[in-house]
Design a protein around this ligand. Structure first.
Ligand SMILES: *Cc1c(COP(=O)(O)O)cnc(C)c1O
Length: 423
């Protein structure tokens, strides 16, 4: 679901023509639809109303300040994975008691800040980290709350780089180890409040959730038998979105499987969706600078590349790409392989790497120099993964709300590139 659509052959974000934004803000530019993101939050809230979860938005998907304030206005909290994200969450006005903190290598400084801030809980990824949080909390005289992040050894059936809940992954604590720690709980400065799961991202099936929750419920029973009042279960994020067409489950489909398992368990439920909320709420708009025919290949060389949107290079991810202005409607294509109006194209960026592409051997309408292209579903893990490799300044970010739009992060300048260098 999103509020990007073609009207009179030109792409609109909500009520604003995308080419108008590109003309004024320049390219490459990220354009976010606020209404799409807030609608996604509402869909989770609706589908899971029977278990009334706290939704902690996973900030690493998109940490833009202004967009975040719009999500916070809906009552969501934040899932942070660094001191930097904690700083951003607080800056945007997130209440500390709605912040959860995961990540396998939390520094002493990050732990200290989070304790002093009084966050809801740490999602602890190893016993060594648990001991360290306990030690720091003791030294500060500031008790902390911890959930144990479990590694339930479940296959989320997604790309292996975004699989996090198998024992071969670095994340979470082996369930047997977690049980043993609870049997012999001797930590004085942290209280155990529950369990955390996050088994992967872009999960398009319900079964991995059912499996990992069922395994965890057994451990919760074990913990309660040992007199641990298990208050929280954080199910993590991972809900998949549609990059192609209809590959993801809908929120009601996830809820149908998850709600019955968690209802009446006496647990406060947390979710940490990132991609589901913002993935389809953003596009990256780029200009085609040159066209080159080379052997059997037709390359469209754009002003945006892997430094702006890394997902195709990093995960072989598919992003729909279509001209911002096109008489050919994407939805009118029955079979791209057979449609004579489409041209086999490689959409590539300016970076000096062969891995710098958005699409290879993709059939899209004929693109000419100066045309604008939209790379869809770029709202999650887009800008947050950007870099300045090859000294390409990062793109601008624009937030659209109805018929209004604003630059919510300026395009970086050349001066920004050297600002922190000591000359
Ligand atoms: C990345 C991450 C998420 C969000 O994952 P999505 O697939 O974007 O929903 C949630 N929790 C933790 C701990 C994460 O690292």
């Amino acid at each position: 679901m999103d509020f990007f659509s073609y009207r009179d052959h030109t792409l609109m974000c909500e009520e604003v023509p995308v080419r108008e934004i590109a003309k004024q803000a320049g390219t490459p530019v990220y354009i976010y639809s606020a209404k799409t993101a807030t609608e996604h939050v509402a869909r989770i809230q609706e589908a899971f109303a029977p278990i009334d979860p706290l939704i902690c938005f996973s900030m690493k998907a998109n940490s833009n300040h202004t967009l975040l304030t719009r999500l916070l206005a809906q009552g969501v909290g934040c899932d942070v994975v660094s001191g930097g994200e904690l700083f951003r969450a607080l800056k945007a006005g997130c209440s500390p008691d709605k912040i959860v903190f995961a990540g396998v290598s939390k520094t002493d400084g990050e732990i200290e800040t989070a304790l002093k801030t009084g966050i809801l809980m740490f999602n602890v990824e190893s016993i060594a980290e648990l001991e360290n949080i306990d030690k720091i909390a003791g030294e500060l005289g500031t008790p902390g709350r911890v959930a144990l992040r479990l590694n339930p050894d479940v296959d989320p059936e997604t790309h292996r780089y975004i699989t996090t809940g198998k024992l071969e992954n670095k994340f979470g604590i082996d369930m047997k180890v977690a049980a043993a720690v609870l049997d012999d709980w001797h930590f004085k400065n942290v209280s155990f409040v529950g369990f955390h799961l996050h088994i992967g991202s872009q999960i398009t099936q319900t079964k991995p959730y059912a499996e990992s929750i069922t395994k965890t419920l057994a451990l919760i029973e074990h913990a309660r038998n040992k007199n641990h009042p298990v208050e929280y279960l954080n199910v993590g994020g991972g809900f998949g979105i549609n990059y192609f067409g209809n590959e993801a489950r809908t929120m009601p489909e996830y809820a149908e499987v998850i709600v019955p398992l968690l209802k009446d368990q006496g647990l406060k439920i947390l979710f940490e969706p990132g991609r589901f909320i913002v993935g389809n709420a953003g596009i990256l708009v780029t200009e085609a600078l040159y066209i080159k025919e080379s052997g059997a290949k037709r390359f469209v060389m754009c002003d945006a590349g892997m430094t702006d949107l890394m997902r195709p290079s990093l995960y072989q991810a598919y992003h729909k790409i279509w001209p911002v202005t096109s008489p050919i409607e994407f939805d009118s294509i029955a079979d791209p392989e057979q449609d004579p109006r489409l041209v086999l194209t490689d959409v590539v960026g300016p970076i000096c790497e062969s891995g710098d592409f958005f699409a290879q051997d993709r059939r899209i309408p004929l693109v000419s120099r100066g045309d604008l292209l939209s790379v869809f579903s770029a709202g999650a893990y887009g800008f947050t993964m950007s870099s300045t490799y090859n000294s390409h300044p990062r793109p601008a970010e624009v937030l659209v709300e109805g018929s209004e739009w604003n630059v919510v992060r300026n395009r970086e300048t050349y001066e920004d590139l050297i600002r922190d260098e000591v000359i």
